[in-house]
Design a protein around this ligand. Structure first.
Ligand code: PAF
Length: 309
């Protein structure tokens, strides 16, 4: 199986390193040629729960000679999905599947429109990874990866992806309820990410510190109201308990949004709580806490020089 991973961030490096343990042919694509060359030479350096190890992975910014691919794994931030599509479109052949495990809601729609809905596989991953430097990550946690399609079809290629991911040691299964799954992950991200980014607390502290826990619960309650009005069924019965359990299970994690803020980068707020606020407005459901969190995160982005989009 030939796989291109687009984006050398925390998740892209983690998948590239693990998948390089299999007989799959892996290429990591980085739009920055200098960084690509550096990672190419040093390999991907992994520390954390899987130990300290290094993976030799081919990294390139030149996509001309990559050839036919079975899979493109998109590991860019949600706000870069649209711009990455140009590259993905050039890379995708007739039989190539494109997998998004990105946080938030909206990526499938963007990809589907430009690449074609038939090629898209979506999912979530509970793997944890933090970028320490170019091609250097802290593998923060193991966790399940779940993939599926919005149309619930089961193309053979999807089973091959499951097989190769599992061979790499990445616990992966297929779900027939990908919509429920994506919205369930959104509930978790909407509760944890902005609050951790604003308070700079690791996930575990969000439930230990009572005032933070109160905000977390109010945020999640609003998100669930919107989801109920959209008649989307979550994969867990008690969303509040689930989000708190994820905080505990990933207690040591610096959430991806907090990582962005600490690195003065744009966050995925528009694809997480921003989606909730927009839907709440359309439905006439109040979502003041989510709205407030969105404005605060955007204010933080402005504080380090990003213009408001
Ligand atoms: O975005 C993240 O950091 C992760 O999706 C999660 C589940 C919040 C854990 O840190």
């Amino acid at each position: 199986m030939k796989i291109a991973i687009v984006g050398p961030g925390a998740m892209g490096c983690l998948f590239a390193a693990f998948l390089s343990k299999t007989d799959a042919d892996i290429v990591l694509i980085d739009k920055d040629s200098q960084r690509a060359e550096k990672i190419n030479q040093q390999g991907i350096i992994v520390e954390g729960v899987s130990g300290s190890w290094q993976a030799k992975v081919k990294v390139t910014s030149d996509i001309k000679d990559i050839g036919a691919l079975d899979l493109i794994l998109l590991c860019v931030k949600s706000y870069d999905t649209k711009s990455a599509c140009a590259q993905v479109k050039l890379l995708a052949g007739e039989n190539t599947l494109v997998l998004t495990l990105q946080n938030g809601i909206g990526n499938i729609e963007i990809l589907g429109e430009i690449i074609g809905q038939d090629k898209i596989i979506a999912g979530i991953t509970n793997l944890g990874s933090t970028l320490i430097g170019f091609g250097h990550i802290n593998h923060a946690g193991f966790g399940e990866t779940i993939i599926g399609r919005m149309d619930n079809k089961l193309p053979a290629g999807m089973r091959s992806i499951r097989e190769v991911f599992n061979k790499a040691g990445l616990d992966t299964r297929i779900s027939r309820d990908i919509k429920g799954l994506l919205w369930s992950k959104l509930v978790i991200n909407a509760g944890i990410n902005p609050l951790s980014a604003i308070t700079r607390l690791k996930n575990g502290r969000l439930v230990e510190a009572e005032p933070a826990r109160k905000i977390l619960r109010e945020t999640v309650t609003e998100v669930v109201k919107v989801i109920k009005r959209k008649r989307i069924k979550l994969i867990f019965d008690d969303p509040l308990a689930k989000v708190e359990a994820v905080c505990e299970a990933t207690a040591g994690n610096v959430s991806s949004m907090l990582q962005d803020v600490l690195n003065n980068k744009r966050t995925e707020i528009d694809f997480i709580n921003g989606v909730v606020v927009r839907m709440a407005q359309e439905l006439g459901v109040p979502a003041p806490v989510n709205s407030f969190l969105v404005e605060l995160v955007k204010t933080i982005e402005i504080s380090y020089g990003l213009s408001l989009k």
